[in-house]
Design a protein around this ligand. Structure first.
Ligand SMILES: CC(C)(COP(=O)(O)OP(=O)(O)OC[C@H]1O[C@@H](n2cnc3c(N)ncnc32)[C@H](O)[C@@H]1OP(=O)(O)O)[C@@H](O)C(=O)NCCC(=O)NCCS
Length: 192
Protein backbone atom coordinates (compact mmCIF):
# COMPACT_ATOMS: atom_id res chain seq x y z
CA UNK A 1 0.00 0.00 0.00
CA UNK A 2 1.38 3.42 -0.98
CA UNK A 3 2.25 6.06 1.63
CA UNK A 4 1.74 8.84 -0.93
CA UNK A 5 -0.67 11.58 0.23
CA UNK A 6 -3.60 11.69 -2.16
CA UNK A 7 -6.65 13.84 -2.78
CA UNK A 8 -9.75 13.15 -4.82
CA UNK A 9 -11.10 15.68 -7.29
CA UNK A 10 -14.49 15.57 -9.02
CA UNK A 11 -14.91 17.56 -12.23
CA UNK A 12 -16.89 17.66 -15.43
CA UNK A 13 -15.26 16.62 -18.70
CA UNK A 14 -15.28 20.21 -19.94
CA UNK A 15 -13.10 21.25 -16.96
CA UNK A 16 -10.41 18.61 -17.43
CA UNK A 17 -6.92 20.02 -17.96
CA UNK A 18 -4.99 19.05 -21.11
CA UNK A 19 -2.47 17.19 -18.96
CA UNK A 20 -5.23 15.17 -17.26
CA UNK A 21 -6.78 14.26 -20.62
CA UNK A 22 -3.38 13.24 -21.91
CA UNK A 23 -2.86 10.74 -19.07
CA UNK A 24 -6.46 9.45 -19.22
CA UNK A 25 -6.20 8.82 -22.97
CA UNK A 26 -2.74 7.24 -22.72
CA UNK A 27 -3.90 4.79 -20.02
CA UNK A 28 -7.18 4.06 -21.86
CA UNK A 29 -5.31 3.16 -25.05
CA UNK A 30 -3.24 0.59 -23.16
CA UNK A 31 -5.79 -0.82 -20.71
CA UNK A 32 -8.86 -0.88 -22.94
CA UNK A 33 -7.15 -1.72 -26.25
CA UNK A 34 -9.72 -4.48 -26.97
CA UNK A 35 -12.40 -1.81 -27.36
CA UNK A 36 -12.51 0.25 -30.56
CA UNK A 37 -13.66 3.26 -28.53
CA UNK A 38 -10.30 3.41 -26.68
CA UNK A 39 -8.61 4.43 -29.95
CA UNK A 40 -10.83 7.51 -30.05
CA UNK A 41 -9.41 9.92 -27.45
CA UNK A 42 -11.72 11.54 -24.93
CA UNK A 43 -11.89 15.12 -26.19
CA UNK A 44 -14.67 17.00 -24.42
CA UNK A 45 -16.41 19.47 -26.77
CA UNK A 46 -19.78 21.19 -26.19
CA UNK A 47 -21.69 18.61 -28.25
CA UNK A 48 -19.68 15.57 -27.13
CA UNK A 49 -21.13 13.31 -24.43
CA UNK A 50 -17.96 13.66 -22.37
CA UNK A 51 -18.47 17.45 -22.06
CA UNK A 52 -20.72 17.10 -19.02
CA UNK A 53 -19.75 13.66 -17.83
CA UNK A 54 -18.40 13.39 -14.29
CA UNK A 55 -14.75 12.50 -13.88
CA UNK A 56 -13.42 11.35 -10.52
CA UNK A 57 -9.66 11.76 -10.22
CA UNK A 58 -7.20 10.57 -7.57
CA UNK A 59 -4.13 12.82 -7.51
CA UNK A 60 -0.93 13.11 -5.52
CA UNK A 61 0.33 16.30 -3.85
CA UNK A 62 2.24 17.18 -7.06
CA UNK A 63 -1.05 17.09 -8.97
CA UNK A 64 -0.10 13.86 -10.76
CA UNK A 65 -3.02 11.68 -11.79
CA UNK A 66 -2.99 8.28 -10.05
CA UNK A 67 -6.41 6.82 -10.88
CA UNK A 68 -9.62 7.92 -12.58
CA UNK A 69 -13.20 6.94 -13.43
CA UNK A 70 -16.05 8.42 -15.44
CA UNK A 71 -19.80 8.58 -14.73
CA UNK A 72 -22.37 9.15 -17.46
CA UNK A 73 -26.02 10.04 -16.96
CA UNK A 74 -28.03 7.42 -18.80
CA UNK A 75 -31.65 6.61 -19.35
CA UNK A 76 -32.32 2.84 -19.49
CA UNK A 77 -35.56 0.94 -20.00
CA UNK A 78 -36.65 -2.10 -18.01
CA UNK A 79 -40.08 -3.73 -18.28
CA UNK A 80 -41.52 -0.63 -20.00
CA UNK A 81 -40.26 1.78 -17.35
CA UNK A 82 -37.47 4.33 -17.75
CA UNK A 83 -34.74 4.73 -15.17
CA UNK A 84 -32.18 7.53 -14.94
CA UNK A 85 -28.99 5.84 -13.79
CA UNK A 86 -25.24 6.40 -13.80
CA UNK A 87 -23.10 4.40 -16.19
CA UNK A 88 -19.69 3.78 -14.62
CA UNK A 89 -16.81 3.61 -17.09
CA UNK A 90 -13.10 4.15 -17.69
CA UNK A 91 -12.04 2.91 -14.25
CA UNK A 92 -8.24 2.67 -14.16
CA UNK A 93 -5.20 3.17 -11.99
CA UNK A 94 -2.13 4.72 -13.55
CA UNK A 95 0.04 2.74 -11.10
CA UNK A 96 -1.51 -0.52 -9.96
CA UNK A 97 -1.42 -2.32 -6.64
CA UNK A 98 -0.82 0.79 -4.53
CA UNK A 99 -4.36 1.25 -3.24
CA UNK A 100 -5.31 4.04 -5.68
CA UNK A 101 -8.08 2.01 -7.34
CA UNK A 102 -9.64 1.33 -3.93
CA UNK A 103 -9.47 5.01 -2.95
CA UNK A 104 -11.00 5.94 -6.30
CA UNK A 105 -13.94 3.53 -5.93
CA UNK A 106 -14.63 4.75 -2.38
CA UNK A 107 -15.21 8.24 -3.80
CA UNK A 108 -17.15 6.91 -6.79
CA UNK A 109 -19.41 5.06 -4.36
CA UNK A 110 -19.83 8.10 -2.10
CA UNK A 111 -20.77 10.24 -5.09
CA UNK A 112 -23.31 7.69 -6.36
CA UNK A 113 -24.84 7.05 -2.92
CA UNK A 114 -25.36 10.80 -2.44
CA UNK A 115 -27.15 10.98 -5.80
CA UNK A 116 -29.45 8.08 -4.72
CA UNK A 117 -29.23 6.76 -8.28
CA UNK A 118 -28.54 3.22 -9.40
CA UNK A 119 -25.15 2.84 -11.11
CA UNK A 120 -23.98 0.13 -13.48
CA UNK A 121 -20.69 -0.76 -15.14
CA UNK A 122 -19.36 -3.69 -17.17
CA UNK A 123 -16.20 -5.63 -16.40
CA UNK A 124 -14.26 -8.71 -17.32
CA UNK A 125 -14.90 -11.59 -14.89
CA UNK A 126 -11.24 -11.29 -13.77
CA UNK A 127 -11.87 -7.75 -12.52
CA UNK A 128 -15.10 -8.58 -10.65
CA UNK A 129 -13.22 -9.48 -7.42
CA UNK A 130 -11.83 -5.94 -7.34
CA UNK A 131 -15.33 -4.44 -7.51
CA UNK A 132 -16.62 -6.98 -4.98
CA UNK A 133 -13.86 -5.89 -2.63
CA UNK A 134 -15.02 -2.31 -3.18
CA UNK A 135 -18.55 -3.47 -2.18
CA UNK A 136 -20.23 -3.30 -5.56
CA UNK A 137 -22.82 -5.95 -6.39
CA UNK A 138 -21.84 -8.33 -9.20
CA UNK A 139 -24.26 -9.85 -11.72
CA UNK A 140 -22.25 -12.66 -13.33
CA UNK A 141 -22.38 -12.51 -17.14
CA UNK A 142 -24.98 -9.78 -16.63
CA UNK A 143 -24.05 -7.87 -19.79
CA UNK A 144 -26.06 -10.30 -21.95
CA UNK A 145 -29.20 -8.75 -20.46
CA UNK A 146 -28.12 -5.15 -21.16
CA UNK A 147 -29.07 -4.70 -24.80
CA UNK A 148 -27.95 -1.59 -26.68
CA UNK A 149 -30.80 -0.10 -28.74
CA UNK A 150 -30.56 2.72 -31.28
CA UNK A 151 -33.05 5.60 -31.49
CA UNK A 152 -34.69 3.70 -34.40
CA UNK A 153 -35.31 0.74 -32.10
CA UNK A 154 -32.61 -1.41 -33.69
CA UNK A 155 -30.91 -3.80 -31.26
CA UNK A 156 -27.10 -3.80 -31.37
CA UNK A 157 -25.81 -7.14 -30.09
CA UNK A 158 -22.08 -6.83 -29.46
CA UNK A 159 -21.58 -10.46 -28.38
CA UNK A 160 -19.22 -9.55 -25.52
CA UNK A 161 -20.15 -11.34 -22.30
CA UNK A 162 -19.04 -9.40 -19.24
CA UNK A 163 -19.99 -9.22 -15.61
CA UNK A 164 -22.02 -6.25 -14.41
CA UNK A 165 -20.96 -4.37 -11.28
CA UNK A 166 -23.56 -2.17 -9.70
CA UNK A 167 -24.81 -0.07 -6.82
CA UNK A 168 -28.46 -0.10 -5.92
CA UNK A 169 -30.24 3.25 -5.96
CA UNK A 170 -33.56 4.29 -4.47
CA UNK A 171 -35.34 3.03 -7.62
CA UNK A 172 -34.24 -0.55 -6.54
CA UNK A 173 -33.54 -1.27 -10.21
CA UNK A 174 -30.86 -3.91 -9.48
CA UNK A 175 -33.31 -5.89 -7.29
CA UNK A 176 -35.91 -5.69 -10.07
CA UNK A 177 -33.41 -6.91 -12.68
CA UNK A 178 -32.37 -9.84 -10.46
CA UNK A 179 -36.00 -10.74 -9.63
CA UNK A 180 -36.99 -10.94 -13.33
CA UNK A 181 -34.13 -12.85 -14.97
CA UNK A 182 -35.95 -13.28 -18.29
CA UNK A 183 -36.35 -9.55 -18.89
CA UNK A 184 -33.72 -7.42 -20.62
CA UNK A 185 -32.53 -3.90 -19.88
CA UNK A 186 -32.39 -1.66 -22.93
CA UNK A 187 -29.55 0.82 -22.99
CA UNK A 188 -29.14 3.73 -25.42
CA UNK A 189 -26.97 3.02 -28.48
CA UNK A 190 -23.92 1.29 -27.02
CA UNK A 191 -22.18 0.50 -23.78
CA UNK A 192 -20.75 3.54 -22.04
C1 LIG B 1 -8.72 -2.76 -11.64
C2 LIG B 1 -7.80 -1.61 -11.18
C3 LIG B 1 -8.52 -0.29 -11.39
C4 LIG B 1 -7.49 -1.82 -9.69
O1 LIG B 1 -6.75 -0.70 -9.26
P1 LIG B 1 -5.50 -0.83 -8.25
O2 LIG B 1 -5.03 0.54 -7.97
O3 LIG B 1 -4.52 -1.80 -8.79
O4 LIG B 1 -6.24 -1.49 -7.00
P2 LIG B 1 -5.84 -1.33 -5.48
O5 LIG B 1 -4.35 -1.40 -5.34
O6 LIG B 1 -6.50 -0.13 -4.91
O7 LIG B 1 -6.49 -2.63 -4.86
C5 LIG B 1 -7.60 -2.56 -3.98
C6 LIG B 1 -7.92 -3.96 -3.54
O8 LIG B 1 -8.45 -4.69 -4.66
C7 LIG B 1 -7.63 -5.85 -4.93
N1 LIG B 1 -7.55 -5.99 -6.39
C8 LIG B 1 -7.06 -5.13 -7.29
N2 LIG B 1 -7.21 -5.61 -8.54
C9 LIG B 1 -7.82 -6.81 -8.40
C10 LIG B 1 -8.27 -7.79 -9.32
N3 LIG B 1 -8.15 -7.65 -10.65
N4 LIG B 1 -8.84 -8.90 -8.83
C11 LIG B 1 -8.98 -9.09 -7.49
N5 LIG B 1 -8.61 -8.17 -6.56
C12 LIG B 1 -8.04 -7.05 -7.02
C13 LIG B 1 -6.29 -5.54 -4.31
O9 LIG B 1 -5.60 -6.72 -3.98
C14 LIG B 1 -6.68 -4.74 -3.08
O10 LIG B 1 -7.11 -5.59 -2.05
P3 LIG B 1 -6.73 -5.31 -0.52
O11 LIG B 1 -7.45 -4.03 -0.17
O12 LIG B 1 -7.26 -6.50 0.19
O13 LIG B 1 -5.25 -5.16 -0.48
C15 LIG B 1 -6.45 -1.65 -11.94
O14 LIG B 1 -5.89 -2.92 -11.85
C16 LIG B 1 -6.51 -1.25 -13.40
O15 LIG B 1 -6.36 -0.08 -13.74
N6 LIG B 1 -6.71 -2.24 -14.30
C17 LIG B 1 -6.70 -2.01 -15.73
C18 LIG B 1 -7.95 -1.32 -16.18
C19 LIG B 1 -9.19 -2.11 -15.85
O16 LIG B 1 -9.28 -3.30 -16.08
N7 LIG B 1 -10.18 -1.41 -15.29
C20 LIG B 1 -11.45 -1.96 -14.94
C21 LIG B 1 -12.35 -1.79 -16.10
S1 LIG B 1 -13.96 -2.45 -15.78
Amino acid sequence: MSKVKVRVVVKLGKDLAKKELHVINRVRRVEFSEFESSKQPIDPKPKAQTWDEIFILVKDSDNRLLAFARLRNIEVEFMDNSYAIFGIATVASVIKGQGYGGILMEKVKEFIVQSRKTAVGFCDYKTSPFYEKCEFEIIRKGSIRFIPRTLDGELVLDGIVDDVFSLQGEDRLIDKIIRSPKENVFIPGARW
